[in-house]
Design a protein. Structure first.
Length: 594
């Protein structure tokens, strides 16, 4: 008798992802569709939408993308698990049930609640809650405050016959883990299996990224226009094979999969999730046929006694002006134009007794502004001035926007005009992250269909005690060999992402035997020096020997990060590419060895 395999397809990696994942995966005989929509910025956008319309507050793509396929989903018995509930899972559930009724379908839609902390925010503020890094006090008015729940409520909803499970904020990987806990009956204390199931969810949560999307060696990836979405073929022991639908573009091999394993991860040996502290440092990836990679080696330990909470709050207004300038000395013209525009606006502020800007940020796109003093493109002849300003009052930014209209009359020849016209003030939304004891939250609740409601007990005991897995910053002794300098990309690959105001850069050795040598070269100090001007905090190095990889966490590296950052690369997405430009000494024989 063959082993039972559960096939889960990752149909959505974010709000705004393509709709093509769902029909692809339905054609590949999956049993589940996992659909991820939420990020910190998404929650704030949804909160503002709910303020305008009580029936909004969830990504409308979820309904729009599912509707054309609901009949087929119901006919085939495919189940759907998604965090598309956003900040209004009730409204999302009602909208989906309405569509199902219109189509003549009988589907049991479940929702998970319990992540919303706004009802207890005043109490948390009175208790002196502090941001987990900056230690800043809790803001007076929050847009959202949501705990990252785990997988148990999802598994419970499926056990009660749910066809579609909608959650609000939960750990992205919990969507996949909840499916596997239900299907295989995994207990909440089987930590190795919970870690493996979390890895399934982690690989699926970003959609086609595990199938060659944003891969270092992008030229090796065929068929971007029809890139495949990932499928995890899962076994009861926690091992699984990652693949994609036949006939699609993309690429699934150990290299593409490994980049996703460490994407937006801190310590690979202690990835803290609500249900388990996962150890991905010894994960093994083996090619198992064309576009098939077998995944094993995840381990787990008991979880912490806390939930991570992401809160958002409004903090003034922002306007972004974009101005195209062409011709010789375009970079200097752009910078002087920015100075003049700011000075003009400030003069108008003084006339009206308005306070100064709270923040000003100038980038000259085309002149490698992201590189700061390391720019090599100061002689660019075609640039875009990106001028970002913030102020406590929206009316001040209206004054600034009006001054932008003068650029074609008062400033440099070669100024071709505004891109997108005068900017409108938009609220600045900032992220505030803290930890809360699990015991402070009521047990998550689940509603299935229209008549079933129950709570799901979750252990509040925290057994995990963090240990230090970071590598020493002391340089190691490198063997004396004949070396030659090459760009790091010749011997390594990289993938970078963000966690608040920190960025992680995972660097993967192209061959296992490169790791000992590169360990001597890629020290935290070397990475910090390479990103000088961009990083304001310490750099820590972790290792993932199973993937022949180093993972660097750069603190205070994103100008506030995500929603708060004024930078073009607010989430460190390009940091991996920048790291691969470093010149590193490598043994000459590496370049001639086949």
């Amino acid at each position: 008798m063959s082993e039972r395999v559960v096939r889960i397809g990752g149909a959505s990696g974010a709000w705004g992802d393509s709709p093509m994942g769902t029909p692809q995966l339905l054609g590949a005989d999956v049993q589940y569709l996992m659909m991820d929509y939420l990020a910190e910025v998404t929650m704030s956008l949804l909160a503002r939408a709910r303020q305008k319309d009580p029936e909004a507050g969830f990504p409308p793509d979820f309904i729009g993308y599912l509707k054309p396929h609901l009949v087929d989903i119901a006919r085939r018995g495919v189940k759907v698990v998604s965090n598309a509930g956003g900040v209004n899972p009730h409204a999302c559930k009602r909208a989906l049930e309405t569509i199902a009724t219109e189509l003549g379908l009988t589907l049991r839609v479940a929702m998970v609640e319990g992540d919303d902390l706004l009802p207890i925010v005043d109490a948390l503020r009175a208790e002196g809650t502090r941001e987990w890094i900056s230690r800043a006090p809790l803001p007076q008015r929050l847009l959202t405050a949501n705990a990252y729940l785990g997988a148990l409520p999802i598994a419970a909803a499926l056990a009660q016959g749910a066809d579609i499970v909608i959650t609000g904020r939960c750990a992205d990987s919990a969507l996949g883990l909840g499916i596997l806990m239900y299907e295989f009956g995994w207990a909440a204390t089987e930590y190795d299996r919970l870690a493996a199931g979390s890895l399934v969810g982690h690989l699926l949560e970003c959609g086609p990224q595990a199938c060659g999307g944003i891969f270092t060696d992008w030229e090796d990836v065929p068929g971007w226009e029809n890139i495949g979405y990932p499928i995890a073929e899962c076994s009861a022991d926690g091992t699984f094979t990652l693949t994609k639908p036949a006939g699609t573009g993309g690429l699934v091999n150990p290299a593409t999969v490994s980049e996703q394993v460490l994407y937006e991860v801190g310590d690979p040996a202690a990835y803290i999730l609500p249900d388990v502290v996962a150890d991905f440092s010894q994960v093994r990836l083996v090619q198992d046929g064309a576009d098939r990679v077998h995944v094993s080696g995840a381990h787990g330990r008991p979880p912490t006694g806390s939930y991570k909470v992401s809160a958002t709050f409004e903090d003034g207004y922002r306007a972004v002006g974009m101005l195209a300038i062409v011709g010789f000395e375009a970079v200097r013209k752009a910078r002087r134009s920015a100075e003049a525009l700011i000075a003009r606006a400030r003069a108008r502020f003084i006339e009206r007794s308005i306070a100064d800007f709270s923040a000003v940020h100038v980038e000259v796109l085309g002149a490698e502004s992201a590189y700061g003093d390391q720019s090599r493109a100061l002689a660019a002849r075609e640039v875009v001035l990106r001028l970002v300003v913030e102020h406590r009052e929206a009316k001040a930014l209206d004054i600034f926007a009006r001054e932008l209209g003068s650029v074609g009359l008062s400033f440099a020849q070669g100024t071709t005009g505004l891109i997108g016209g005068r900017p409108k003030p938009t609220p600045v939304v900032r992220l505030y992250t803290f930890l809360i004891d699990k015991s402070r939250l009521a047990a998550p609740s689940v509603t299935v269909g229209r008549d079933m409601h129950f709570v799901v007990p979750v252990s509040v005991e925290g057994e995990f005690a963090p240990t230090e897995h970071a590598s020493s910053d002391e340089p190691e002794v490198m063997l004396l060999v004949d070396t030659v300098e090459v760009p790091l990309r010749a011997v390594a690959r990289a993938r970078s992402g963000d966690k608040g105001n920190s960025s992680n850069i995972a660097i993967f050795c192209r061959k296992p035997e490169y790791m000992n040598h590169l360990r001597c070269i890629l020290t935290p100090a070397r990475i910090a020096a390479h990103f000088s001007g961009s990083v304001g905090g310490p750099v820590v190095r972790y290792e993932a020997p199973g993937l022949h990889a180093f993972n660097f966490v750069l603190d205070n590296a994103l100008g506030g990060g995500g929603m708060a950052s004024l930078r073009l690369d607010a989430q460190g997405k390009a940091y991996g590419q920048r790291a691969l430009e470093m010149l590193v000494p490598v043994p000459r024989e590496w370049l001639i060895r086949p």
